[in-house]
Write a protein that binds this ligand. Structure first.
Ligand code: PXL
Length: 266
């Protein structure tokens, strides 16, 4: 019997069911992989915004990672909302302890507004977590916060990717949902750039970043190359936006099960 890859998400909970661990688990499951979680923070949130966020004690976050990793063979993980520098430091220690291959979604704010990472934690992210990570997937504003480069063109995004890669992270994917919808993949070991074009799609977008990084981690856990995984994950998110369901009064949540419902399991 072929062993099912186990993917771990280390991220916050979104009570509205659109982003965070809720999006991650749906995404991982729809790749027909087994998803596990370490919750970092519980947000009270809906489609219109974040009411509050309650960070879990770092011991509880570490315990969840221990529980999963001592039992199951986890190779790939993704991180989302990490909230504080203490949580970033804890997650970095656990990633090292279990030799996890990590996709970092450098979550800073919710789609409908609301800070999900304290400003002081950005340096911990750059100094402690990115140097031991395989991939980081910033959107335009996160790439600006990580690099100091104001991004208005694809060339700016490339400049930012090179600066972010100086932290030691192996691959940088600047997602272009807010630019011209192209994603830029930068592989630091070869210096190669790949541009992945996209079409603007209409639908709910709450949870796109989480869904993208969870899909990317799932494709990588299945052994795909970074370029193929980036193309497939982008396509996965297109389905999730197109198949979003009209719930709530604000920014509608993506539907990570849309591709599965339309195409079945591959
Ligand atoms: O999409 C970023 C994100 C990450 N994690 C949690 C969130 C959000 C956005 O709303 O709620 C928990």
């Amino acid at each position: 019997m072929i062993k099912t890859p186990v993917v771990l998400t280390i991220a916050g909970s979104d009570s509205g069911g659109g982003a965070g661990i809720e999006a991650d688990i749906k995404t991982i499951a729809s790749h027909n992989l087994h998803g596990t979680v370490a919750v970092t923070s519980v947000t009270s949130q809906n489609t219109t915004g974040v009411l509050s966020a309650f960070d879990l004690p770092t011991e509880v976050i570490a315990n969840q990672i221990d529980a999963v990793c001592i039992d199951m063979d986890v190779k790939w993980a993704k991180s989302g909302m990490l909230s504080t520098s203490e949580i970033v430091t804890t997650v970095a220690a656990m990633v090292k302890k279990y030799g996890l291959k990590l996709v970092v979604d450098p979550v800073m704010a919710a789609e409908a507004g609301g800070d999900l990472l304290k400003k002081e934690a950005i340096s911990a992210l750059k100094e402690e977590l990115l140097p031991i990570s395989q991939v980081v997937t910033p959107n335009i504003s996160e790439a600006t916060a990580l690099s100091g480069v104001k991004i208005e063109t694809i060339e700016d995004a490339k400049k930012a990717a090179i600066i972010i890669a100086e932290t030691g992270v192996k691959n940088v994917i600047v997602t272009g949902g807010h630019l011209d919808v192209s994603d830029i993949v930068y592989q630091s070991d070869t210096g190669k750039f790949t541009t992945i074009p996209g079409d603007f799609v209409k639908g709910g977008t709450h949870g796109t970043g989480c869904t993208y990084s969870a899909s990317l981690a799932s494709y990588l856990a299945c052994g795909e190359t970074i370029e193929d995984a980036a193309k497939e994950a982008k396509n996965f998110v297109v389905y999730a936006i197109k198949g979003s369901q009209a719930v709530g009064k604000g920014i509608g949540p993506v539907n990570p099960l849309a591709k599965l419902h339309l195409e079945g399991i591959k």
